[in-house]
Design a binder for this molecule. Sequence first.
Ligand code: TYD
Ligand code: MG
Length: 465
Amino acid sequence: MAKDKNRPVFTCRGCGHTQPKWMGRCPSCGEWNTFIEGEAVRKTGAARDAAKIPKEAVLLSSVEASEGIRLGSTLTELDRVLGGGIVRGSTILVGGEPGIGKSTLMLQTAAGLGMRYRTLYLSGEESPGQIRRRADRLGLDSKNLHIFAETELSLVDGCLRRLDPELLIVDSIQTLHSPDLGAVPGTINQIKFCCHEIAEWARQRGASVFFIGHVTKEGAIAGPKIIEHMVDTVLYFDQSGGDIRFLRAAKNRFGSVDEIGLFSMGEKGLAQVADPSALFLVEREGSLPPGVVPAPVYEGSRVLLVEIQALTVPAKGGLSRVYSDRIDPGRVSRIAAVLEKHASLRFSDQDVYVNVAGGIRLTEVGIELPLAMALYSARTGLCFPGNTTVSGEVSLAGEIRPVPHFRRRLRAAAEMGFTAFIGPEKPGDEEDAAEGWIRAASVTQSIQKVFAPQKNSGERAEVNS
Ligand code: TYD
Ligand code: MG
């Protein structure tokens, strides 16, 4: 018998069973009051997996391992941070301050994925007209993208069941509310409840969801932190000074949290920064000023050349302080202490300022030796040579320890035109020698190799005492 398209379909929310008339109890799973009117929920991805989830404890070895299917977006920088694309059936939180570009990022993602997957952009912040205008301005082909401007959860729920999207964007989780929990959206309970309901739908359906969450400055609405534990992946979008916007993973059930995605905001929305190796390097004529040291750092799977800057001035009131927001101040103090002990430099009567050009925050160990060189250069007024870079971890005893991916750092620096590279005696896992590699076992040796020629020639910039 041919199916009549106009005949109503009722779907069990619990198991996805469908039938032509409403029933109080599902004949398939036995649950009560689970039927809703609407199209069948297609069981794909996680829903299929969910159906296979045993109701009793089993031996782990008897469970079939399933490799998650990933959807590739049109933004490779986003895919990189996610660990190689969006895992089907996963929930992703994208947090960031208002105005950072979350809606822009997600609209670009949704339009790209909308060409291949049924995609719904749920907006509680902007009208469909506003979103259309933005999409047109960004030059996005949005003809396959579904838009729904609604904030009430039960209406959203109905839409999800009718449209049955494979990808859902919720902009933002703070605008959703369920009348069962009061009239005010954005309360902790509302956010948690709405997130839970949608995540549950996604798990059953095998759909992927992006929740946008505004990071708020202690305001009336709760921040995205409260739902971090309820999602698979947490991304934060931020801009720590400079033009570049950074997308980082704070939690990732399906990949590492080391990768960063780099974007710049322009006329046509967010542009990806494809080759960032020289992005943070400052173009300079002639020699470097004192306190400035270029260094290759390893961020995720890429080497970036950065410029570390240090400045020391006599401490106000005799009490020395460290001002550093791009490198942990504790680490700066530790490296300064190593220099006091092993290079006989006094920092205890100095205020120390440390900065990284371009606003990138650095956490990897390889910046310790460049930081030591920058502090030494700032304190003595001796300039770091412009053709040289440096990388290494510094121990409390003043030794230089190997850093990961030594050769890749060396190669990246060479590509940028650096001819000398101060590094540890042993490069770690990679053994053979390389051109331009100057080995140093300790901070003092490194200082000697870099600064001794200048010291001897009497060259010195003006230093404060
Ligand atoms: P938006 O994505 O709305 O930020 P969020 O959703 O995180 O609050 O956009 C942020 C800013 O970007 C906004 O101030 C306008 C600016 N912008 C551009 O400069 N170019 C563009 O093409 C777009 C869409 C926005
Ligand atoms: Mg927005």
